[in-house]
Design a protein around this ligand. Structure first.
Ligand code: SF4
Ligand code: SF4
Length: 171
């Protein structure tokens, strides 16, 4: 079931996080259960639920991922975006990126500097691969992404709904 969330950006972000906090214990327990014994049809069922949930999700009314977290920027992302912005890659890095604790390139600040006032993306056609695949709930070998999915319940209301639906299927 889709939760009713605020339309105010700060309140929206808080309400997504609060809901994830409320469900933290049961979500964590469920994710551990899936990790211990991944159901044989997990990929298929998750893909179906992902499609259903995103059919009813308006990302342009949310954009909480772009407002609060950073994608990883791989080398080909940096090259493509530098070209788009007519910057040398070294300048692009200097202006927008920093290394995180895993030594990956991520945005220096949030919200993403390419997020426009209407929640569209200024560099949509050249956006990083991680933005294209977020929140990764339709990926093969989904059992390898369960920890990330748990973390994403704090950011993405669609992920929270997907996890809740999976809980109904795999009680
Ligand atoms: S992917 Fe999730 S967090 Fe990002 S805009 Fe869509 S619903 Fe919001
Ligand atoms: S590059 Fe675009 S899609 Fe990716 S985080 Fe920034 S605004 Fe969002």
């Amino acid at each position: 079931m889709q939760e009713k969330l605020s339309t105010n950006p700060t309140e929206l972000s808080d309400s997504i996080r609060n809901l994830a906090e409320e469900r933290k214990k049961e979500n964590k327990k469920f994710i551990q259960q899936l990790k211990r014994k991944p159901p044989h049809d997990l990929d298929v069922r998750t893909q179906e639920i992902h499609d259903e949930v995103f059919e009813n999700t308006d990302c342009l009314a949310c954009a909480n991922c772009c407002k609060t977290t950073s994608p990883i920027f791989y080398e080909h992302d940096i090259e493509r975006l530098s070209k788009k912005l007519k910057l040398r890659p070294v300048k692009f890095i200097e202006q927008y990126l920093k290394r995180d604790e895993d030594d990956d390139w991520v945005l220096k600040s949030a919200p993403c500097p390419f997020l426009l006032f209407d929640n569209t993306c200024e560099v949509y056609h050249d956006r990083p691969a991680a933005c294209r695949t977020y929140p990764h709930t339709n990926r093969k070998k989904f059992h390898q992404l369960l920890d990330l999915t748990y973390e994403n319940t704090f950011v993405c209301p669609a992920v929270q709904s997907i996890v809740s639906r999976l809980q109904e299927i795999y009680p």
